[in-house]
Design a protein around this ligand. Structure first.
Ligand code: ATP
Length: 589
């Protein structure tokens, strides 16, 4: 029986590790091999305070979690500037550094660590035996499950999933990815700190070796096997990995040393096998207990039932009007022909490549402006400069009367200008509805404080957001696909989804990068019709497009670009008269 309690305690503690890493890795897509090291920081902090300063377990647990959280925040800062692949190296270096430091501090016992930790006491009760500890460890694991579940099933968690799939697109709809990354590193490291404190107090000792890379790999194995982006999967993974040891020793009859080696070999092999054969693990992302019991689970991150929004999809004039109004944004249509955006003297060189030079343009409300030119002329670079995805070497950009040259891309996106991408960049593993909802600006549920302390406000906003998103989907004709995974849509529908997402940002200046490329004739017709309706509602639209028929039909004014410069402008028919344009497009002079 004592053994059973022991395993339950270990499963609970490792489930805390695994669930918190799953939020960071499985949901937010931030690869970290330093999770055990965060546990070490928490564990050492509490153990030191307990052994040297007589601190009680409870305050030590809180301070340990806080210390690990602070280290998590610090680790996130260089992570902001690194491609996700280099995060492994960063966190590996961090893990090695943490263990080297704790191993070198005499007050922390060097390589032998700290031993004879006092028995933990909770509300005056000493937890002397595994059977005493078990209620506490299970309760803490359930609290961590509740916290993680609330986090990932909130609008905040929806943004984390968008970061995992396409950070650029998340920034493009106005999400401050710095805030999300720092928060998720800090919160998950703090939870790892809790696991580290519990593990050291449970073992009554702490050594650097208990938190090394193999421990981190063990936690990663729990996630990969159980299910990335599924918290129940983390608990299952923790159970499998913890019980592997007694299985090898008691069932296969290996001695403890051999069992240790075989176990490490099995982790490594299982990680590789699962990643190749079952990359989402035993329990897939969208599997919930309800779904496993046969209930159809079609809820948004904020818990809104998609089926209940289905009436929006029914065809009626009122809903058409709502969709039209949602697409145009609140309020009256802006007066046609007003200056909405002006760029002056933009310059961008990539080494010796001139992508933009002395480039000035104006975009007006209620008009479609075309940006055309041969491959490599710099058209997409212009969009990148206007939205500051890349900073210009020189020049200014103004949105209305406000200069926005130095603004961040996310600030620009929530201030009235948003863009689409040649390669759509939808969040494939999220539903169609979630893709659109995520782009709605100023959501209270995207703030951590509100996630835990203002659930009613979140629910109310979420209901409104879901309705608005359905109206945008209605506008582009995708409402009946709301609950489908976005990646499963045909490419033409993905382009329409990208347009709906763009409209959800409520921007008045819309930059569309090749909206009609790669789709069939019916799709092109549908897309053009939608853009015309947006223009009629006063939106300022700029399209980059190679298909001159599309430009001719849509654009009120056209800029022709070559080698980073605008070399001609006018209506399409005016430009068609120019020899240079025929030469570039039709190869004649
Ligand atoms: N981030 C970058 N780093 C280096 N060079 C770049 C970068 N972005 C664009 N370029 C270069 O700048 C030039 C303009 O590229 P851009 O993609 O803006 O052209 P484009 O007119 O949109 O082309 P296409 O019609 O083929 O999409 C090209 O030579 C391209 O290789």
């Amino acid at each position: 029986m004592a053994n059973t309690y022991n395993y339950i305690n270990l499963i609970a503690i490792y489930a805390i590790y695994a669930m918190s890493l799953n939020v960071l890795l499985g949901y937010a897509g931030q690869l970290s091999v330093a999770h055990a090291a965060f546990g070490a920081v928490g564990g050492y902090m509490a153990a030191y305070l307990g052994t040297s300063h007589g601190w009680h377990f409870g305050p030590g647990l809180l301070v340990g979690a806080l210390a690990a959280g602070v280290l998590g925040v610090l680790a996130s800062l260089p992570a902001l500037y690194l491609d996700v692949r280099f995060l492994i190296l960063l966190t590996l270096a961090l893990s090695t550094a943490v263990l080297a430091v704790v191993g070198a501090i005499p007050a922390l016992g060097g390589a032998t660590g700290l031993t004879s930790l006092p028995f933990p006491t909770i509300f005056g009760q000493s937890l002397l035996e595994p059977s005493h500890f078990v209620i506490f460890s299970v309760i803490v694991a359930l609290i961590v499950l509740a916290i993680c579940s609330r986090l990932v099933n909130s609008p905040f968690g929806r943004v984390l999933r968008a970061l995992r799939e396409d950070e650029v697109a998340a920034r493009g709809v106005g999400k401050n990815i710095v805030r999300y990354k720092v928060t998720v590193f800090g919160v998950t490291a703090a939870m790892a700190g809790v696991a580290g404190v519990m593990l050291s107090y449970y073992n009554a000792s702490i050594q650097p070796g208990g938190f090394d890379l193999s421990q981190s790999m063990q936690i990663i194995a729990m996630i990969v096997i159980g299910g990335t982006a599924n918290l129940y999967g983390s608990i299952l993974g923790a159970t499998i990995i913890v019980l592997l040891d007694p299985f090898l020793q008691n069932v296969v009859n290996l001695d403890p040393d051999t069992a240790g080696l075989v176990r490490t070999f099995i982790y490594g092999s299982l990680i590789v096998i699962f990643m190749m054969v079952l990359p989402q693990g035993l329990i897939r992302e969208r599997w919930t207990i309800g779904r496993l019991l046969g209930r159809r689970s079609a809820k948004t991150a904020g818990g809104i039932d998609v089926a209940k929004l289905a009436d929006v999809t029914e065809d009626s004039n009122a809903q058409e009007a709502a969709a039209e109004a949602a697409a145009a944004g609140a309020g009256q249509p802006a007066a046609t022909g007003q200056l909405a955006l002006e760029a002056k003297g933009l310059r961008k060189y990539f080494g010796g490549i001139r992508a933009a030079d002395e480039l000035s343009l104006q975009l007006r409300t209620g008009q479609v402006t075309g940006l055309i030119g041969p491959n490599g002329a710099g058209k997409t670079t212009v969009f990148n400069l206007l939205t500051r995805v890349i900073p210009p070497d020189a020049g200014t950009v103004s949105l209305g009367d406000t200069e926005i040259t130095e603004w961040t891309p996310n600030r620009i996106a929530v201030s009235g200008m948003s863009r689409s991408y040649q390669d759509v960049r939808i969040w494939s593993r999220m539903t169609v509805l979630e893709n659109v909802m995520l782009a709605i600006p100023h959501q209270p549920g995207e703030r951590l404080f509100n996630v835990f302390f203002r659930p009613l406000a979140i629910r109310k906003f979420e209901r409104q957001a879901a309705t608005r998103a359905m109206e945008h989907l209605q506008f582009v004709g995708l409402a009946e696909h709301a609950d489908e995974e976005a990646g499963s849509l045909p490419f033409g529908d993905q382009k329409l989804l990208a347009l709906a997402r763009l409209l959800a940002t409520e921007a008045d200046v819309l930059l569309l990068d090749e909206p009609a490329s790669g789709i069939d004739i019916d799709g092109v017709e549908r897309m053009l019709g939608l853009i015309e309706r947006l223009r009629a509602r006063g939106k300022c639209v700029c399209i980059v497009e190679h298909n001159l028929h599309v430009v001719e039909r849509l654009a009120d004014r056209v800029y022709f670009m070559e080698a980073g410069r605008i070399t001609a402008e006018g209506t399409m028919s005016e430009l068609m008269q120019q020899e240079r344009l025929s030469e570039v497009y039709f190869g004649s002079s």
